[in-house]
Write a protein that binds this ligand. Structure first.
Ligand code: AMP
Length: 416
């Protein structure tokens, strides 16, 4: 199928198709396939997708098209009809450029406002009149309180990388901004992961949303990665990790915990056990994170303990192990996490620690990646509630492990 027919069948009009053709977009990505028709209909949307999946076009294309039927207004009579909120200046500029490229033949105007630069030029652009505004929350609120712009005419609101906004402490500002837009707007929320605060936000601002979830493009379960699971009680996870790291001293590892505090605590414990470890998470400054990452890359630090959001976008070559100290709440995060090992033809190991209370998370992961993790059966910190031992707590956990999915610890390194 050429670009016209593939994108046309999603309901896009010639003005937009022409721009896509020029950009050599031939086939819609999965998130575009699923999102475009619903956004065109005016539905709200909850999208679990990260950068790299084509999510910008997934919302920008139908949004541009929905603005088309109204005849373009002149200059300053234009009012902001679409607002896109992003956590960072970089994403703000990127999204603005995408709107400009996709909307090249539409006559619609887009501009961006973000902090850290003088507001004069942004003000001028706003005064000339725009249709689509892409903004970071702080600067937007500034300009709104100075009455340089109004959000009363916003018909569509997009929250992009919502989990990152949460991590950067922008959620109170985001809520203030939402309250200044009309209640009957269309709302689209994109987030790579859906932590509980984002779920709560989504529940309050989205009306009967369409849900779209896609794994990253460089997906899944990189074939050259060995996926292992250790059943271990919560209280034994620290000891098990130290045991694994002491067995194989040549490895480096990116270890994921669910919380910032958990990351700090674990890095401390490792450090006290003379394993060179450091934590990175949203509670540390950008420069501290960068320093920690540099030390990890040059081998000074052997273990980097991270939360999902802090690890986003980290590019680490030669990473031998990804260890899920805590299983992720969202199965998609598993794919994002392990996508960091086994890159570029190298083989890697993804290890997950699974406590009895995390069994259902493991089931969700296996369903998403269409494969069973191999269960390491003979390690010294086995959970007493491991599969095979009946327990009233969780029937699923009491099911014996299928021998096909078992792997003795002695076989581990031969198997890679
Ligand atoms: P995003 O996830 O929106 O940051 O997009 C990731 C990259 O994929 C960007 O460089 C886009 O230009 C590109 N892209 C998005 N959709 C398509 C498509 N359907 N065909 C080819 N490239 C695309």
């Amino acid at each position: 199928m050429n670009s016209n027919t593939a994108f046309e069948s999603l309901g896009l009009r010639p003005e937009i198709l022409r721009a896509l053709e020029g950009m050599k977009y031939n086939t819609p990505t999965p998130v575009q396939q699923e999102a475009i028709p619903s956004v065109l209909e005016g539905r709200d949307l909850l999208g679990c997708a990260q950068t790299g999946t084509g999510k910008t076009a997934a919302f920008a294309l139908p949004i541009l098209q929905r603005l088309l039927p109204a005849s373009p207004r002149k200059g300053s009579q234009r009012a902001i009809r679409v607002l896109v909120l992003t956590p960072t200046r970089e994403l703000c500029s990127q999204v603005t450029e995408s709107f400009a490229a996709y909307g090249k033949f539409t006559g619609l105007r887009v501009t961006s406002v973000y902090g850290g630069v003088s507001q004069n030029r942004q003000e001028e652009a706003l005064r000339r009149g725009i249709d689509i505004l892409v903004a970071t929350p702080g600067r937007l609120l500034d300009l709104e309180s100075q009455k340089i712009l109004s959000l009363k005419t916003v018909g569509t609101l997009v929250l992009d990388e919502a989990d990152r906004m949460l991590d950067m402490g922008f959620l109170p500002d985001v809520r203030k901004i939402i309250a200044k837009t009309p209640a009957n707007r269309q709302t689209l929320l994109f987030s790579a992961t859906i932590p509980v605060e984002i779920k709560r936000l989504a529940d309050t601002i989205l009306r009967n949303p369409v849900r779209v979830a896609v794994a990253p493009a460089s997906s899944p379960a990189a074939e050259n990665v060995l996926h292992l699971v250790y059943y271990v009680e919560k209280s034994g996870k620290g000891e098990l990790l130290r045991h694994l790291l002491s067995e194989d001293t040549s490895s480096n590892a990116l270890v994921f915990t669910r919380t910032k505090r958990g990351a700090d605590r674990l890095a401390d414990q490792l450090f006290r056990a003379r394993i060179r470890a450091e934590a990175i998470h949203g509670g540390r400054s950008q420069s501290a994170r960068e320093r920690a990452l540099a030390k990890f890359k040059n081998g000074e630090t052997r273990v980097l303990v991270a939360t999902d959001v802090a690890a986003r976008g980290l590019d680490i070559v030669d990473l031998s192990h990804v260890i899920n100290f805590d299983l992720p709440e969202e199965p998609e995060s598993y794919v994002h996490r392990i996508g960091r090992t086994g890159r570029a033809g190298a083989s890697g190991i993804a290890i997950s620690f699974c406590g009895i209370e995390e069994r259902s998370l493991l089931v969700a992961i296996e369903r998403l990646i269409h494969q069973h993790l191999k269960v390491v059966v003979d390690h010294p910190f086995r959970s007493l509630l491991r599969p095979g031992i009946p327990t009233k707590l969780d029937n699923r956990a009491a099911r014996p492990v299928n021998p096909r999915y078992m792997i003795p610890a002695t076989e581990l390194f031969r198997a890679v």
